[in-house]
Write a protein that binds this ligand. Structure first.
Ligand code: LRH
Ligand code: MN
Length: 431
């Protein structure tokens, strides 16, 4: 965020940081001494961390829910303008999330050019846009009850293709450079649809969307192994997503949503494979214990997040211009979304920071002579390093808060919004 464009008074952050400066300096000094003994150059790592950033999900700024219910909190955002204001608070305090990923038609945009200006004034820009052909909208011509891009009906497919192209055109006006396509298309019963023909119809539809991509745009294909289909999902896994992306062309890549894999899946290996073949387009970071729980990133399995970033750092070192789109996709059912996003962004940056602290030379050396425990310990040592002081110093240098969560709570932002915002009926978060 250039300068200080956020909704919170900058002097409030400056006073807060002055109060924390000594403690942070002591913690940072201790960490620097520890890392110096490991011959780790902190300044190079700080430069990388200062360049690291994520996109917030517009749909994650409202309270999410499940099919069993949703419990909005007072002061939840009720439209895109209020969502951007909340996103700007997350960015102003955490300095990790200067972009927002929009979801259409959940986000109703009257004037894209004006919204683009509004976002810029808040220090924000727009990342990949998301289409939605997994719900029927009022007045919609054809239902997605039996699928969308892979539907048997050509009219349904054409409607879904047209919606995706509309999302691209809207995204262009907003300065976005990618479209994420996740479809819930699939079957609940064996025999319900032809597993082969359904994919062929999806590929044919995706080709039409791909052909509408402006120069420099990417198409992200998001796989998911189940839900809402509970027997077969058309784009169920990374293999199918990869083959379709290859089939479409160089501007088509795969998006890895961490929650979209069967239990026990080695997601970091999927990341390494997709990156190796130039098809790793981006991520939807979140966490899960059972299904696609969309829990806060790092809340359940922070080690997996670290191992994913360990692969990403190896790719950064091996591949020129390696730049997947880093986005968050969470559903905040029982927390204040701003608090969850502040902590999740920090957990994701923390996983990256620890991956940057891996002694790569020592790791390569252990691997070269099959020193299994040596290699494991080299990784584990970085994972067990508290990178907190490092992240804090980088965040404060970028104008963020020493303790974003504490300052957010002190700011009274949500209580003030509760006084001014009308209660958010349906549609602020997922469900
Ligand atoms: C599907 C998904 C997809 C979004 C939706 C909000 O589960 O991960 O990325 O469109 O959540
Ligand atoms: Mn997702």
């Amino acid at each position: 965020m250039a300068g200080n464009k956020g909704p919170l008074p900058p002097e409030v952050i400056e006073r807060h940081n002055r109060e924390h400066a000594d403690a942070i300096a002591q913690d940072y000094e201790a960490l620097s001494r520890t890392l110096a003994r490991r011959h780790i150059d902190l300044s190079a790592i700080e430069k990388k961390l200062a360049q690291f950033s994520l996109a917030l999900p517009s749909w994650g700024l409202g309270t999410g829910g499940t099919r069993f219910g949703r419990f909005p909190i007072p002061g939840s955002p009720t439209n895109i303008h209020e969502k951007l204001a909340d996103a700007a608070v997350v960015e102003q305090l955490g300095r990790l999330t200067p972009r927002v990923s929009l979801h259409f038609p959940w986000d109703r945009i009257e004037d894209p050019a004006a919204l683009r200006g509004e976002a810029e004034n808040l220090g924000l820009s727009f990342d990949a846009v998301n289409s939605n052909t997994f719900q029927d909208q009022p007045g919609q011509g054809h239902s997605y009850r039996h699928g969308s891009l892979s539907a048997v009906s050509a009219q349904v497919r054409d409607q879904a293709i047209a919606h995706n192209i509309d999302c691209i055109r809207l995204g262009e006006k907003l300065g976005s450079r990618a479209l994420t396509v996740w479809v819930g298309d699939g079957a609940n019963f064996p025999g319900q649809h032809s597993l082969g023909e359904a994919l062929e119809r999806y590929i044919e539809s995706a080709r039409a969307i791909y052909a509408a991509l402006p120069d420099g745009w990417r198409l992200f294909i998001e796989h998911k192994f189940y839900e809402p289909a509970f027997y077969a999902t058309v784009i169920a896994d990374w293999g199918t997503s990869f083959l379709v992306a290859k089939e479409l062309g160089a501007s088509a890549q795969c998006l890895v949503d961490l929650g979209h894999h069967a239990q026990g899946t080695n997601i970091e290996q999927i990341v390494a494979r997709l990156a190796r073949f130039g098809k790793l387009g981006g991520f939807h970071f979140n966490d899960s214990k059972y299904g696609d729980d969309d829990l806060d990133a790092g809340a359940i399995n922070p080690h997996q997040l670290f191992l994913v970033f360990n692969e990403l750092v190896e790719c950064e070192l091996a591949m020129e211009g390696f730049a997947p789109a880093y986005m968050i996709d969470q559903s905040h059912n029982v927390t204040d979304p701003i608090e969850s996003l502040l902590l999740s962004a920090e957990a994701i940056a923390g996983a990256y920071a620890r991956a940057l602290l891996v002694d790569r030379a020592a790791l390569a050396e252990c691997r070269s002579r099959n020193d299994v425990i040596g290699a494991f310990r080299t990784l584990r040592r970085a994972y067990e390093t508290d990178a907190g002081p490092l992240l804090t110093v980088v965040r404060m240098a970028l104008g963020g808060a020493a303790d974003p969560l504490a300052l957010y709570r002190q700011s009274g932002w949500r209580a003030e919004r509760a006084r001014e915002r009308k209660s958010s009926g349906a549609g602020a978060g997922i469900v």
